[in-house]
Design a protein. Structure first.
Length: 190
């Protein structure tokens, strides 16, 4: 037998309870109220960059060939800008709906998909996998989505022919919802 004194059971139980409470408290403090980058619906919360321009007229996107293109170059027709990422489940789910509406509307509305804060190779693989044929490019630092007032993926922004923001939708859009949004905003389609 050991000569060491035995600890009372009450002391062991109390110590265990205190340790568990300390662990839970540490988790709650470090979790910061669930400030996770992914919401329960699969959307992705972006962290805005302090040095990013918020003027839509100054916004530029980057092609997958690393050319910068001013957003203002799309003026002249209504524009639908959809912000997505290869890690965003609702973004992936809505891409076929965007493609179907794009095919039906043709040149009546310019569609632009911008991979936001995503790896170019993964974004391109997603575009190929989903069969998207509308123009896609990158928003590597999130400056375009910030300039257009978005903070969550997916976000879809409608701009009129003069480049003014006329509608914004955050979250996944079904094909019917997308058609309705375009019809209500631009009077195009059904």
């Amino acid at each position: 037998m050991s000569d060491a004194p035995r600890l009372p059971l009450r002391l062991i139980v109390a110590s265990t309870v205190l340790a568990l409470l300390a662990a839970v408290a540490t988790y709650v403090v470090l979790d910061d109220g669930g400030d996770d980058s992914s919401a329960s619906d699969g959307t992705i919360q972006l962290t805005p960059q302090e040095d990013v321009a918020v003027d839509p007229d100054a916004a530029v996107f980057t092609t997958f060939d690393d050319e910068t293109v001013p957003l203002t170059s799309l003026r002249g027709t209504p524009v639908l800008v959809n912000f997505f990422a290869s890690t965003c489940t609702p973004c992936i789910k809505e891409m076929p709906a965007l493609e179907a509406v794009h095919k039906d509307l043709g040149d009546q509305v310019t569609f632009l998909g911008l991979a936001t804060q995503d790896r170019p190779e993964e974004a391109l693989a997603l575009v190929q996998r989903t069969g998207v044929t509308y123009r896609t490019a990158q928003d590597p630092d999130g400056s375009v989505i910030t300039a257009l007032g978005g903070l969550v993926l997916p976000t879809t922004v409608l701009l009129d022919a003069s480049g003014e923001i006329v509608a914004t939708h955050t979250g996944e859009l079904s094909e019917a919802e997308l058609r309705s949004l375009i019809a209500d905003t631009f009077g195009i389609g059904s």
